[in-house]
Design a protein around this ligand. Sequence first.
Ligand code: ACO
Length: 325
Amino acid sequence: FENFTIEATASAVPKRVVTNDQLAQIMETSDEWIVQRTGIHQRHISTDETTTQLCTQVAQTLLAKANLTADDLDYIVVATMSPDTLTPSVSAGVQGNLGAQHAAAFDLNAACSGFVYGLSVVRQLLIGDRQKHALLIGGEVLSRLIDWQDRSTAVLFGDGAAGVLLSSAPAAEGAWISEDLRTFGDLGDHLTAGQLPSHDPFTGQTSASQPYFQMNGRQIYSFAVKQIPQSIERAVTQSHLIVNDINHFVLHQANQRIIQAVANKMAVESALFPVNIGEMGNTAAASEPLLLDQLVTDGTIQRGDLLALTGFGGGLTVGTVLLRY
Ligand code: ACO
């Protein structure tokens, strides 16, 4: 077994929907500004749902859809930048909730590229001489990292979880084709969140916490429009395929204008770049599996289709995985 197949997709979002007009009631913004700049109309915002609860719901649906039980799982990997606690991890919570006795579970943080990085990691885990099964879930409650006084970031993010059940498969039947992962740590200050406070009892030195998103939007925008096409090109170059073979470009949903600019730059018709940012906002590591699940469920993505999944964001990071669904 040198590859994996995607057995099932699933998602779970918080009950509450917050529209742009509702945001305009608590901050100085407007539906018009948000839609024009980002394409976002609404987002799901958790009331009491935790990242672990949303991911557990996804995990249960994945097992049911794939006709497997918790005992069949070898790995549970959750990609998240908004875990409920640093320890235990979200994935350990999911493992415990499922009672998945044979599964090793850990979280992975590559911000909005987390799902794509996760596909690469899980592929390696599934290689071996027996068939293994893994859950890869992207889950976020980003609303806990939002400074509701900062309209420039508060309008962008949403909460949700989604994922895939992957089973190891022989090379010839596998879904994974090629990948490109890159990290630009020197640009990390352009997007930060979750800095813990510190107090050194030996020197008396303290530093305050900065839990909330701080973002240089313009820099991230330029980074994304430059790096996404290059990442897709590099992944394609490593395969026996060409860009024109790709049926669906499943990009991280951060901003509709970024996606449109990438389509223009690559001279690919924008119909091949599906979007759900209008309903979901930016859900970081959950955004690509949420879109993937939606497209599989409504029949847009069919077995045999060639997908380019590309994430970008905090780190800064960028990554592409080419898959045959
Ligand atoms: N409502 C109304 N006005 C606003 C709002 C708002 N919510 N936010 C900012 N403004 C104002 C600003 O104050 C500014 O006013 P000024 O001209 O009087 O100073 C004006 O709108 C323009 O602000 P900019 O920040 O220059 O707007 P820009 O066109 O750059 O759009 C945006 C901002 C949407 C954030 C854009 O830069 C963007 O999408 N960048 C990419 C961000 C991104 O993708 N981040 C996430 C990636 S990583 C991850 O997913 C975790």
